[in-house]
Each structure stands twice: as structure tokens, then as C-alpha cells.
Design a protein around this ligand. Structure first.
Ligand code: PLP
Length: 281
């Protein structure tokens, strides 16, 4: 198949799938999601992603009506049906179907499980990327991977209009993360990344990068950094499951970073190797 969609056990081509109007995703964005890249039909770090969607769901009081092992089997079953060397796997759990009403305890219905798999492409690990910055006007629950993504959607549109690949959010002076990735800086050989509080999503790629740094003896400081510190850093890069590590060479039209290829390259290459080992490329 070219792609596949899934909704509560029903499958079909994504373009032909329909869902009930009363699914609370439609009215409230009342749900959580996760996503990862798939290479050679192996979803990257799938256990980490499954753990995270259960954690996100728990934080908004959604009980996923499926065991983790069953979710993994179901997702792999979808992946196996789609052709292609590189795919994108997305899935979400919403609070379910019920007449519209903000409070949910008496809304009835069991949580709905949605998923799709479609062809994708890996971004160039040796590319140099451009970003814009934007005030982070999202809410204070950014640690939950919710399907409420309006500020991220707008931010990403602005980046695209500026000919850039990502938008770096900041709350005042403090850099938080990007519209759909985490952002890190390297200064004097030390990796600095925002701490996992309620202002950022705890990225799976971020966690893998920290383990790589530990293994390679690259010091890490998990502490907030400012826009100015970022602009003056030796290296700046963003990370996500679909783009892995992307080195930034321009922010708001100014040339930045690209001064410590050795440290950034060590992280990038170790992560590429990890992917090769996991997915057999
Ligand atoms: N931050 C945000 C807001 C995201 O949406 C994402 C990924 O979708 C990330 C960070 C990176 O997370 P991960 O590395 O788990 O893909």
C-alpha cells in the first residue's frame, strides 16, 4: 500500500478515512499524539515513543484502552503494510466520542486511537539550516504532547514564508524549543539544552543526544539559555525524531554557529550510527 490510516480498528487509505464528528479531537483538540520515523520498516525508538504517549495521556487523565505491547504490535502491523524505505508513523489517542461539552467525566465513550503511516524522507544530516525566532505564546503544558498545536502551526508557517526550516521559540530572553523540535547550543565544547520542565517537550531525540554526550565525554548543562547566548554559541542545532540533528547556520537572517564541527559532528555521527544499528541501513 502507498499509505494507511487507522481509526479504532478500521483501516484504509488515509485520504478515504472518515471519523465521527463527535470525536473530542474535532471540538477541543482533546488528545495526545506521538510520531517517529521508520527506516526499513523499523520505527525508531518505538518503546520510548510508546512510553511517552502513555505519559502524555496520563497527564490529561486519558486512560489508553490498549496495552503498550498491543499498541506496538498494532503500529508495526500498519508499518508493514506500507511500501517504502523511509516512512513517517504518527498516532494519537483522543478522549473519545461524545456530545460536545467541556467537562469530560460524563461525556461517555472510550478513548479513540488513530494512526497513519505514509512515505517520508530523512533530512540531510550534513545540511545547514535556517531558522527564525518568535515569542513563545504557547501555554504552560508544553511537556504534554497534545494535539493542540495552533501556535506551532502558525510558527511553522512563518518559518516557511521566510524560507526557513524551523522557528525557535523564546519566552522573553529564555529560549525554550522550536515549533516541532528541541534546540541545543554548544559553547566551548559544552552542550547546553533547556531543562525538561513544563516549557518544553521532553524530546526522545534530545534524550538520546544526552546519552551520546555522556558516552563521548561531552559535558552537558541542562539549563535555560538566552537568545543572546544562542546567537553567540559555537554551534546551534535542532533535533527531532523526523529530522534527527539539524545544524543551524542562520537565525533571523544573521549568520550564526558553525564553529565547532568536531563536537557537533561527533553527536550527529553517533546518532546516525545509532539509527543504522537499530534500522539496519
Ligand atoms: N518539541 C516539540 C514541540 C515537538 O513537537 C517535537 C517533536 O514533535 C520535539 C520537541 C522533538 O521531540 P522528539 O525528539 O521526541 O521527536
Amino acid at each position: 500500500m502507498k499509505n494507511i490510516g487507522y481509526y479504532n480498528g478500521k483501516t484504509g487509505p488515509i485520504e478515504e478515512m472518515t471519523v465521527p464528528m463527535n470525536d473530542r479531537a474535532c471540538y477541543f483538540g482533546d488528545g495526545v499524539y506521538d510520531a517517529t520515523c521508520v527506516v526499513n520498516h523499523v520505527p525508531m525508538a518505538i518503546d520510548d515513543h510508546i512510553d511517552r504517549i502513555y505519559r502524555s495521556a496520563g497527564l490529561i487523565d486519558i486512560e489508553i484502552p490498549m496495552e503498550k505491547a498491543e499498541m506496538k504490535r498494532m503500529l508495526q502491523g500498519l508499518v508493514d503494510q506500507v511500501e517504502g524505505d523511509v516512512l513517517f508513523l504518527y498516532w494519537q489517542v483522543t478522549r473519545g466520542v461524545g456530545m460536545r461539552g467541556h467537562a469530560y467525566k460524563n461525556a461517555g465513550g472510550t478513548p479513540s486511537i488513530w494512526a497513519f503511516v505514509r512515505p517520508s524522507q530523512m533530512s540531510d544530516p550534513f545540511g545547514v539550516y535556517k531558522c527564525i525566532t518568535m515569542e513563545d505564546t504557547r501555554f504552560f503544558h508544553c511537556n504534554i504532547k497534545t494535539i493542540n498545536l495552533l501556535p506551532a502551526v502558525i510558527a511553522n508557517q512563518r518559518a516557511e514564508e521566510a524560507g526557513c526550516q524551523e522557528t525557535i521559540f523564546h519566552r522573553g530572553e529564555r529560549v525554550t524549543e522550536c515549533s516541532h523540535s528541541n534546540v541545543h547550543i554548544i559553547k566551548n565544547g559544552v552542550l547546553r539544552t533547556a531543562p525538561c520542565d513544563n516549557l518544553i517537550l521532553p524530546g526522545i531525540t534530545r534524550a538520546h543526544i544526552l546519552k551520546i554526550c555522556e558516552a563521548k565525554g561531552i559535558p552537558v548543562v541542562e539549563a535555560p539559555f538566552t537568545v543572546r547566548e544562542m546567537m553567540e554559541a559555537d554551534e546551534i542545532f535542532f533535533s527531532s525524531s523526523s529530522n534527527l540533528t539539524c545544524r543551524i547556520g542562520e537565525i533571523d537572517g544573521k549568520r550564526v554557529g558553525l564553529k565547532d564541527e568536531k563536537t557537533f559532528g561527533a553527536i550527529r555521527d553517533a546518532y546516525q550510527l545509532e539509527m543504522k544499528n537499530e534500522c539496519g541501513v
